[in-house]
Design a protein around this ligand. Structure first.
Ligand code: OGA
Ligand code: NI
Length: 374
């Protein structure tokens, strides 16, 4: 009891600084505070350094069937792949990472104005450390985030007004998100073809994939004095259709991959998603796993803490904007593996999100999808 009172007090004190993990590092701490301690996990999975996720070349000259085959194979197994020659200009990518860094390294007073946990209140620009700081019993992550929700939402919601965007990202974040949205359309076509669905229904598909909204997690992972005690991001799967992630050159992102799908005892291992020059990381989210009836895998992933840093990343989540979430019904749209039967009941995006945030992330975030399984 006393212990949890202490923890709550420590969480409050940390949150009240409104300066995030970066504030701790700036204050010169040399030890990781207890609220960030991830216990050594006796059931943790081994690291498989020989494996990495596939890199897929989207250059115009590569035969379509080859690209579709590579996307299919990656989505069905590791749930992650990287894309190169994806059409996003280098400057847009480096400019985005620089802007994220500029925000987090800006004046503490300037950042404080954006610090809030007010999701219900409808604030779509939220700077905070640890979305679930008070909700989850799990240790806090060594990470700060500026969340730009529904950056490109269509009317009547409309995109987040430019004056709501912190100056460091003005003109940069929305443009970057627009480029990722265009890439999302191309990825969607590939994924749909990989599922064997007719291309003719693209509008319907775009609707399903929520191409219209798009939220951005602008992450900052300060260098950690005791990286073995903390995690940058604890294991989780993404509550969205698809994630397109831009990471800098530091590394530390890992995906939990089933090495032996066919074997009697499958063995899960942590596989690196290493920085690849000019590449974007793509991963299947929970919504796509449901719609693809388990053909595509939404896999757990995490980010290790590192003594080297900061590490900066920008995650673009394809997800219906909140105003439409209760009406948007997702259901399996293709026969599942094996007998082909539906593996999930239909669910609204709102239900899926609610379940995602209800599942307590312990040592390994258990997928909210289990709740909807038939
Ligand atoms: C996420 C995520 C990984 C990263 O935002 O969901 O997994 O590299 N981010 O920051
Ligand atoms: Ni993620």
């Amino acid at each position: 009891m006393e212990e949890s009172d202490d923890r709550l007090r420590a969480l409050r004190a940390f949150d009240d600084t409104m300066a995030g993990v970066k504030g701790l590092v700036d204050a010169g701490i040399t030890a990781v505070p207890a609220i960030f301690h991830h216990p050594p996990d006796y059931s943790d999975y081994p690291h498989a350094p020989r494996f990495t996720v596939p890199v897929i070349d989207l250059a115009a000259g590569v035969p379509r069937a080859e690209v579709v085959g590579a996307v299919k194979s990656a989505a069905e197994t590791v749930g992650f792949f990287q894309v190169v020659n994806h059409g996003l200009p280098r400057e847009a990518m480096s400019g985005m990472l620089a802007a994220v860094r500029r925000f987090h390294e800006g004046e503490a007073a300037g950042k404080r104005a954006y610090y809030n946990r007010d999701v219900a209140g409808g604030r779509r620009v939220r700077y905070q450390s640890n979305v679930d700081l008070f909700r989850s019993p799990a240790p806090a992550n060594w990470r700060d985030t500026l969340f730009l929700q529904e950056l490109l939402a269509p009317p009547p919601v409309g995109p987040a007004p430019e004056e709501e965007i912190p100056p460091a990202l003005r003109g940069v974040a929305a443009e970057y998100a627009g480029l990722v949205r265009a890439l999302g359309g191309a990825l969607l076509g590939l994924l749909w073809e990989a599922l064997g669905l007719p291309r003719g229904r693209l509008e319907e598909q775009e609707d399903a994939m929520c191409l219209e909204a798009l939220s951005l997690g602008c992450h900052y992972y300060p260098p950690c004095p005791e990286p073995h005690l903390a995690l940058g991001t604890a294991a989780h799967s993404d509550p969205c259709f698809l994630t397109v992630l831009l990471q800098d050159a530091i590394g530390g992102l890992q995906a939990l991959v089933d090495l032996d799908d066919a074997g009697a005892r499958s063995s899960s291992v942590w596989v690196d998603v290493p920085p690849v020059d000019g590449a974007l990381v793509v991963n299947v989210g929970d919504f796509l796993q449901l719609m693809s009836n388990d053909r595509f895998k939404s896999v757990e992933h995490r980010v290790l803490a590192s003594a080297v840093g900061p590490r900066v990343s920008a995650a673009c989540f394809f997800r219906t904007h909140a105003a439409a979430a209760s009406a948007r019904v997702l259901r399996p749209i293709v026969p599942g593996p094996g007998d082909g039967g539906a593996r999930y009941r239909s669910a609204t995006v709102e239900e899926l999100l609610r379940q995602h945030y209800r599942v307590k992330t312990g040592l390994h975030g258990r997928s909210a999808l289990q709740h909807f399984r038939l």
